[in-house]
Design a protein around this ligand. Structure first.
Ligand code: NDP
Length: 511
């Protein structure tokens, strides 16, 4: 419930006005308050969308080059203030500063790519009209939808929403962004820096608040809603958007596996699994949660990863490579998964149930984890890995594909990487590396199954925030009159002859 101020958000760094209902953003490592932000109610969200609609008149009328100019300036501003932004991200998420910087660096690259490629991907293109419509000039172009709503999570508070924000903006839309209640400051910072670049026009606005603020954005009449978060909330978002037939992109959770073949470089595979599973305290949608290792190299892999995990620890100090669990309620989920695995016979070779503290979870590696335990079937979102042996790559693929999620994954193999990658039912796979696809701006990002649908990044990501506009222009009178009541028997016969010539033969693609 927003109480007094008639229209406080979109939020700005100057902070909420007196009498406005607020919430606090906390440092997860210490519990200290790092920011106070207004709770945007439905009227505030509606007002932000209205402002965005007005701004869209200007923004969408700019040429691709002009928009690119603004976005590239924004990219430079973010780059120059990367340390400031990383410090803010560290205080809101707890992640190590170096990890925060990496996230921002990747996001910056996406802003640049979207700005530079929008014209090529979305601009008018000629299409062959075919023989029947040979008198037409045909073309397709991709038009902005208008106002895009973006709802983001806290785990990568810049990189993740930027995958929607940058691409939606480059396509000519304006954006209203609702960041997670755990990272509102980062969201406000993003909108403020772009507003500065475009002379105060609300091309990107941030509305802060809790779940109901996101729900209000879903029913606000935005022209598309890009959601990143859990599958459960994604379902609610989709249901709310259905009310107004608002199209949605759902980027939801994952339970990615890393597959290790018998010929893999075990040291590299272990290093990747450790980082893929533990970086950002395991709070990564495309993080490694399961590892399937060929039985011939299973023992060697387990000793290698156990050795590499030595010395890796979670803590609030600058030397710790793993930060706290950002969302306090997640600690119980992690504890539950680890306990369930151990209760059902798994072995904790690193960490275990005792590694789960109040704010910090120490690295935990479990082996021989039953496939029906929650450590295998549900998203854990903590610095844990479930490592199981498999007979061969077919079994690894079968187990990988058995889950309800289908976000990403990795394969380590010298010879069969491509072959195995293609069999994995997921939106993205990296071979002999982890998460590398996310750093290639030209590649689409998104999942299947409970991981959601729709794509951000790359040409597909630009097109997600547009509608295709097909245009035909008559160049000369048609030799046959087909789309008129003036059509004659001669025209009909002519059409039959052409269609028979074109399609009546037995030729296939192979000739
Ligand atoms: P949540 O689903 O809890 O929240 C995501 C966002 O939705 C937050 O901004 C949240 O606001 C908002 N929200 C909550 N309730 C509603 C509602 N009823 N209607 C509209 N919006 C609502 O996810 P988390 O923030 O916990 O993020 C972690 C999840 O995100 C994990 O499952 C992770 O795998 C996934 N993720 C997926 C990625 C992908 O690209 N596929 C990338 C990164 C994360 P509030 O925080 O205020 O409650």
């Amino acid at each position: 419930m927003s109480t007094t101020h008639p229209n406080p958000p979109a939020t700005s760094a100057s902070g909420p006005a007196d009498g406005v209902e607020t919430f606090e953003s906390l440092d997860p490592a210490t519990g200290d308050v790092v920011g106070v932000h207004p709770v945007a109610g439905p009227e505030d969200v509606a007002l932000a969308v209205e402002r965005a609609r007005e701004a869209a008149v200007w923004w969408s009328a700019l040429s691709f080059e002009e928009r690119a100019e603004h976005l590239l300036t924004w990219r430079s501003v973010i780059t120059r203030r990367i340390a400031q932004r990383a410090a803010l991200s560290r205080s809101e998420t707890g992640k190590p500063t170096a990890d925060a910087q990496l996230e921002i660096a990747l996001a910056i690259d996406h802003v640049a790519w979207a700005a530079k490629h929008a014209k090529k991907v979305l601009g008018p293109k000629r299409v062959s009209p075919g023989l029947v419509m040979a008198n037409q000039a045909a073309s397709v172009e991709y038009k902005p939808l208008g106002v895009v709503g973006v709802i983001g999570p806290w785990n990568y508070p810049v990189f993740t929403p930027m995958g929607s924000i940058a691409y939606a903006l480059a396509a000519g839309n304006t954006v209203v962004f609702k960041p997670s209640e755990y990272t509102p400051g980062v969201g406000v910072w993003l909108a403020d820096t772009l507003t500065e670049v475009v002379g105060g026009i609300p091309v990107l606005q941030t509305v802060t608040g809790l779940g109901p603020t996101g729900a209000a954005l879903c029913t606000s009449g935005v022209d598309k809603l890009a959601f990143t978060g859990s599958t459960a909330t994604g379902k609610k978002v989709m249901a709310a958007c259905a009310e107004r037939l608002t199209p949605v992109i759902i980027e939801a959770g994952g339970k990615d596996s890393l597959i290790v073949d018998e010929d893999a470089d075990l040291a590299k595979a272990a290093e990747a699994a450790l980082w893929g599973g533990m970086a950002n305290a395991g709070q990564t949608c495309i993080g490694t949660e399961r590892v399937y290792v060929h039985e011939k190299v299973f023992d060697a892999f387990v000793s290698e990863i156990t050795e590499q995990a030595r010395g890796l620890r979670a803590g609030g100090d600058d030397a710790a490579k793993i930060g706290p669990i950002t969302m306090p309620s997640q600690v119980d989920v992690i504890r539950g998964h680890v306990q369930d695995a151990v209760d059902r016979g798994a072995t904790a070779v690193v960490g275990g149930p005792d590694a789960v503290g109040e704010r910090f979870v120490q690295p935990t590696i479990l082996t021989h984890v039953p496939e029906d335990s929650t450590a295998i079937t549900e998203e854990t979102f903590g610095p844990t890995l479930a490592v199981n042996p498999v007979r061969d790559m077919d079994e690894a693929v079968r187990l990988t594909n058995a889950g309800k999620y289908g976000l990403a994954g990795a394969v380590f193999s010298r010879k069969r990487g491509m072959e195995v990658a293609r069999q994995i039912r997921s939106g993205m796979t990296s071979i002999n590396g982890v998460i590398t696809f996310a750093g290639v701006p030209g590649l689409p990002f998104g999942g299947v199954g409970d991981s959601g649908f729709g794509r951000i990044h790359g040409p597909d990501g630009l097109k997600e925030f547009t509608y295709a506009k097909a245009i035909t222009r008559q160049r000369f009178s048609p030799p046959l009159t087909l789309t008129s009541f003036a059509r004659t028997a001669k025209d009909e016969k002519g059409l039959a002859t052409i269609v028979t010539l074109l399609h009546g033969g037995k030729k296939t693609l192979r000739g």
